[in-house]
Design a protein around this ligand. Structure first.
Ligand code: COA
Ligand code: NAP
Length: 278
């Protein structure tokens, strides 16, 4: 019988992150919103950034109501260093410090290589890979001051040759590489850098865009699709003092899914790419 996901408050102490400040890209929706909400439930103050002001403000308001915590929304595009630097400065002006950074902003869609335009490939690389660099670069002085910690949100796409995902797989595996480089370079400053690679997570835009509506999840060894709560648990653990000697690791949170990955539609979809977008 698969085990249901549980709340982080059932596992970790309530005030784990009191007086700490989290900055999260992509924190206004989906998985990263859950990661932010969990950190706030454990006492952190949070700033969420993404492009859509309305979406961010609504999410911040809902999370404030749900947690009674402190959350600020700052619109910024991770592709634009000037916007990111301003968001980082506004965070420090308001809260005085940055302890934790989550690089979660991402863009993705299914596309056979043959249908992928030059600009489509570049767009995903710019959001995921360069966006992760930009936010980490802009927050680095503050992480140095706080001896903070970074989580890069990636994926298991490149662990196998997942079809129609060469753009996102390339971006995410390059981020996994940066996690290791940064772990070694930032370690002497007391900064830990890790990754979380979620498997398929229900009720998310990512799942909606990538699942094509016909996946069966009976191949997942732990017997169920993932929940946002599963990623919240990994986040609280990796930022907590329990992970004090863990750096440079990308923690796969996927119920064993990638180890047992069928590819629906293969190889017909490659030999006869669809004329319309998937
Ligand atoms: N299939 C193939 N190509 C696609 C596509 C699709 N479904 N969607 C967009 N593209 C192409 C566009 O046609 C364009 O290329 P072109 O100029 O050669 O035509 C390029 O990608 C950029 O698209 P654009 O809409 O201008 O980019 P954007 O910066 O406004 O949006 C996206 C970025 C495309 C990634 C958009 O889906 C997005 O904002 N996603 C965020 C949410 C998300 O994807 N969440 C899931 C995370 S796993
Ligand atoms: P999501 O809700 O669409 O989250 C992506 C976020 O990124 C959105 O809030 C979006 O907000 C933001 N964003 C996109 N482009 C941006 C930009 N240029 N600048 C700033 N912010 C930008 O999707 P999700 O499914 O929860 O995915 C969250 C993370 O988990 C992603 O890194 C994804 O790759 C990863 N992941 C998801 C799954 C899954 O099953 N869902 C599996 C593996 C990995 P705006 O539109 O407001 O900018």
């Amino acid at each position: 019988m698969p085990k249901d996901p549980v709340e982080t408050t059932e596992v970790f102490k309530p005030n784990l992150f009191a007086d700490k400040v989290l900055l999260c890209s992509g924190g206004g929706s989906g998985i990263c919103r859950g990661m932010v909400e969990a950190m706030v439930r454990h006492g952190a103050k949070a700033v969420i950034i993404s492009r859509s002001k309305d979406k961010l403000e609504k999410a911040a308001e809902e999370m404030r109501k749900a947690t009674n915590g402190e959350i600020t929304a700052i619109p910024a595009d991770v592709r634009k260093p000037d916007e990111i630097e301003k968001a980082v400065q506004a965070t420090v002006d308001k809260y005085g410090r940055i302890d934790y950074v989550i690089n979660g902003a991402a863009g993705n869609f299914l596309s056979p290589f043959e249908n992928l335009s030059y600009n489509a490939f570049r767009t995903v690389i710019e959001i995921d890979l360069i966006g992760t660099f930009n936010l980490t670069k802009a927050t680095f002085p503050h992480l140095k001051a706080s001896k903070g910690s970074v989580i890069n949100v990636t994926a298991t796409l490149s662990y196998t040759g997942t079809i129609m995902q060469s753009h996102a797989g390339a971006a995410k595996s390059a981020i996994d590489a940066m996690t290791k480089h940064w772990a070694v370079e930032f370690g002497p400053h007391g900064i830990r850098v890790n990754g979380i690679a979620p498997g398929p997570i229900g009720n998310t835009v990512g799942m909606q865009k990538l699942s094509r509506g016909n996946e069966k999840f009976n191949t997942i060894p732990l017997g169920r699709i993932g929940a946002i709560k599963d990623i919240e648990q990994a986040t609280v653990f990796l930022f907590s003092e329990g992970a004090n000697w863990i750096t440079g690791v990308t923690l796969v949170v996927d119920g064993g899914a990638w180890l047992n990955s069928p590819q629906p539609g293969y190889p017909d979809i490659i030999l006869n790419p669809p004329k319309t977008r998937l």
